[in-house]
Design a protein. Structure first.
Length: 180
Protein backbone atom coordinates (compact mmCIF):
# COMPACT_ATOMS: atom_id res chain seq x y z
CA UNK A 1 0.00 0.00 0.00
CA UNK A 2 1.61 3.30 -1.05
CA UNK A 3 2.13 5.98 1.59
CA UNK A 4 0.52 9.35 1.13
CA UNK A 5 1.32 12.74 2.59
CA UNK A 6 -1.34 14.46 4.70
CA UNK A 7 -3.20 17.27 2.96
CA UNK A 8 -1.96 20.47 4.67
CA UNK A 9 -5.25 22.24 3.90
CA UNK A 10 -7.06 20.11 6.50
CA UNK A 11 -4.77 21.26 9.32
CA UNK A 12 -5.00 24.62 11.05
CA UNK A 13 -2.23 27.01 9.96
CA UNK A 14 -0.88 27.17 13.51
CA UNK A 15 -1.08 24.91 16.50
CA UNK A 16 -3.00 26.06 19.57
CA UNK A 17 -0.90 28.28 21.82
CA UNK A 18 1.00 26.56 24.62
CA UNK A 19 -0.95 26.23 27.85
CA UNK A 20 0.25 27.38 31.22
CA UNK A 21 1.43 24.49 33.35
CA UNK A 22 0.65 24.67 37.08
CA UNK A 23 2.74 23.01 39.76
CA UNK A 24 2.15 19.27 40.03
CA UNK A 25 3.38 15.85 39.03
CA UNK A 26 2.59 15.17 35.38
CA UNK A 27 2.55 11.57 34.11
CA UNK A 28 3.53 12.19 30.48
CA UNK A 29 3.00 9.56 27.78
CA UNK A 30 5.80 9.38 25.20
CA UNK A 31 5.96 7.86 21.70
CA UNK A 32 6.26 4.09 21.33
CA UNK A 33 8.01 4.04 17.99
CA UNK A 34 7.02 7.14 16.05
CA UNK A 35 8.13 10.56 17.29
CA UNK A 36 5.12 12.17 15.58
CA UNK A 37 2.88 10.53 18.19
CA UNK A 38 3.97 13.07 20.84
CA UNK A 39 1.07 15.31 21.88
CA UNK A 40 1.22 19.09 22.00
CA UNK A 41 0.20 19.00 25.64
CA UNK A 42 3.04 16.60 26.46
CA UNK A 43 5.47 19.01 24.80
CA UNK A 44 4.02 21.93 26.82
CA UNK A 45 4.56 20.03 30.07
CA UNK A 46 8.07 18.86 29.20
CA UNK A 47 9.05 22.40 28.16
CA UNK A 48 7.75 23.78 31.47
CA UNK A 49 9.12 21.03 33.71
CA UNK A 50 11.64 21.97 36.36
CA UNK A 51 12.51 18.28 36.60
CA UNK A 52 11.86 15.24 34.41
CA UNK A 53 11.98 11.85 36.12
CA UNK A 54 12.96 9.18 33.60
CA UNK A 55 13.25 5.42 33.63
CA UNK A 56 16.44 5.76 31.54
CA UNK A 57 17.82 9.30 31.32
CA UNK A 58 19.73 8.50 28.11
CA UNK A 59 16.53 7.50 26.31
CA UNK A 60 14.68 10.57 27.59
CA UNK A 61 17.58 12.90 26.71
CA UNK A 62 17.34 11.71 23.08
CA UNK A 63 13.57 12.21 23.12
CA UNK A 64 13.84 15.76 24.49
CA UNK A 65 16.59 16.57 21.99
CA UNK A 66 14.37 15.46 19.09
CA UNK A 67 11.91 18.20 20.07
CA UNK A 68 14.53 20.83 20.90
CA UNK A 69 13.79 20.65 24.63
CA UNK A 70 16.19 20.74 27.56
CA UNK A 71 15.32 19.73 31.09
CA UNK A 72 16.96 18.59 34.29
CA UNK A 73 16.76 14.79 34.20
CA UNK A 74 16.86 12.39 37.12
CA UNK A 75 16.69 8.62 37.11
CA UNK A 76 13.50 6.93 38.29
CA UNK A 77 13.95 3.20 37.82
CA UNK A 78 13.44 0.22 40.14
CA UNK A 79 16.52 1.23 42.15
CA UNK A 80 15.91 4.99 42.38
CA UNK A 81 12.13 5.43 42.56
CA UNK A 82 11.93 5.90 46.36
CA UNK A 83 14.61 8.60 46.27
CA UNK A 84 12.93 10.18 43.22
CA UNK A 85 9.62 10.29 45.12
CA UNK A 86 11.20 12.19 48.02
CA UNK A 87 12.81 14.69 45.65
CA UNK A 88 9.60 15.14 43.67
CA UNK A 89 7.58 15.90 46.82
CA UNK A 90 10.15 18.46 47.94
CA UNK A 91 10.05 20.19 44.54
CA UNK A 92 6.25 20.11 44.34
CA UNK A 93 5.98 21.69 47.79
CA UNK A 94 8.22 24.46 46.43
CA UNK A 95 5.71 25.03 43.59
CA UNK A 96 7.68 23.37 40.81
CA UNK A 97 6.54 21.28 37.85
CA UNK A 98 7.74 17.66 37.80
CA UNK A 99 7.19 15.39 34.80
CA UNK A 100 7.44 11.60 34.96
CA UNK A 101 8.03 9.67 31.74
CA UNK A 102 8.71 6.06 30.87
CA UNK A 103 11.06 5.00 28.09
CA UNK A 104 8.11 4.55 25.74
CA UNK A 105 4.37 4.84 26.16
CA UNK A 106 2.34 5.70 29.20
CA UNK A 107 3.99 5.89 32.61
CA UNK A 108 2.65 3.57 35.29
CA UNK A 109 1.97 0.75 32.81
CA UNK A 110 4.45 -1.88 33.96
CA UNK A 111 7.01 0.67 35.08
CA UNK A 112 8.46 1.83 38.40
CA UNK A 113 6.91 5.31 38.31
CA UNK A 114 4.00 4.16 40.45
CA UNK A 115 6.19 4.60 43.56
CA UNK A 116 6.49 8.33 42.83
CA UNK A 117 2.82 8.80 41.97
CA UNK A 118 1.69 6.93 45.08
CA UNK A 119 3.94 9.03 47.34
CA UNK A 120 2.81 12.31 45.74
CA UNK A 121 -0.85 11.33 46.12
CA UNK A 122 -0.26 10.34 49.76
CA UNK A 123 1.34 13.77 50.33
CA UNK A 124 -1.86 15.41 49.05
CA UNK A 125 -0.15 17.00 46.06
CA UNK A 126 -1.64 17.19 42.54
CA UNK A 127 -1.03 14.47 39.94
CA UNK A 128 -2.08 15.04 36.32
CA UNK A 129 -2.18 12.46 33.50
CA UNK A 130 -1.02 13.63 30.08
CA UNK A 131 -2.49 10.94 27.83
CA UNK A 132 -0.90 9.68 24.67
CA UNK A 133 0.60 6.49 23.27
CA UNK A 134 0.05 3.24 25.15
CA UNK A 135 1.51 -0.05 23.99
CA UNK A 136 -1.16 -1.87 25.98
CA UNK A 137 -4.01 -0.16 24.14
CA UNK A 138 -2.22 -0.29 20.79
CA UNK A 139 -1.79 -4.07 21.09
CA UNK A 140 -5.37 -4.51 22.21
CA UNK A 141 -6.70 -2.43 19.30
CA UNK A 142 -4.96 -4.50 16.62
CA UNK A 143 -5.60 -7.91 18.22
CA UNK A 144 -9.19 -8.18 17.04
CA UNK A 145 -10.24 -9.48 20.46
CA UNK A 146 -13.08 -8.23 22.67
CA UNK A 147 -11.96 -5.21 24.65
CA UNK A 148 -14.96 -4.74 26.94
CA UNK A 149 -13.30 -6.79 29.72
CA UNK A 150 -9.50 -6.90 29.80
CA UNK A 151 -6.96 -8.28 32.25
CA UNK A 152 -3.48 -6.81 31.89
CA UNK A 153 -0.96 -9.16 33.46
CA UNK A 154 2.28 -7.31 32.64
CA UNK A 155 5.42 -9.32 31.95
CA UNK A 156 5.41 -13.04 32.57
CA UNK A 157 8.14 -14.25 34.94
CA UNK A 158 11.38 -15.32 33.24
CA UNK A 159 11.73 -18.61 35.16
CA UNK A 160 9.63 -21.45 33.75
CA UNK A 161 8.13 -22.55 37.08
CA UNK A 162 7.00 -19.05 38.01
CA UNK A 163 5.77 -18.46 34.46
CA UNK A 164 3.74 -21.68 34.57
CA UNK A 165 2.22 -20.64 37.92
CA UNK A 166 1.32 -17.19 36.58
CA UNK A 167 -0.38 -18.69 33.52
CA UNK A 168 -2.24 -21.19 35.69
CA UNK A 169 -3.49 -18.31 37.83
CA UNK A 170 -5.25 -16.70 34.84
CA UNK A 171 -6.10 -19.89 32.92
CA UNK A 172 -9.84 -19.67 33.58
CA UNK A 173 -10.15 -15.89 33.17
CA UNK A 174 -13.06 -14.85 30.99
CA UNK A 175 -11.49 -11.54 30.04
CA UNK A 176 -9.16 -10.85 27.16
CA UNK A 177 -5.65 -11.34 28.58
CA UNK A 178 -2.79 -9.03 27.68
CA UNK A 179 0.84 -9.83 28.50
CA UNK A 180 4.02 -7.96 27.63
Amino acid sequence: MPESKPDPSVFPPTAPPPRLVASGLYLVATPIGNLRDMTLRALDVLAAADLVLAEDTRVTAKLLSAYGLKAKLERCDDHASARAAEGAIERLRAGEVVALVSDAGTPMVNDPGFVVARAVIAAGLPVHPIPGPSSLLAALCIAGLPADRVLFAGFLPAKSGARRAALEEVRTARQTLVFF
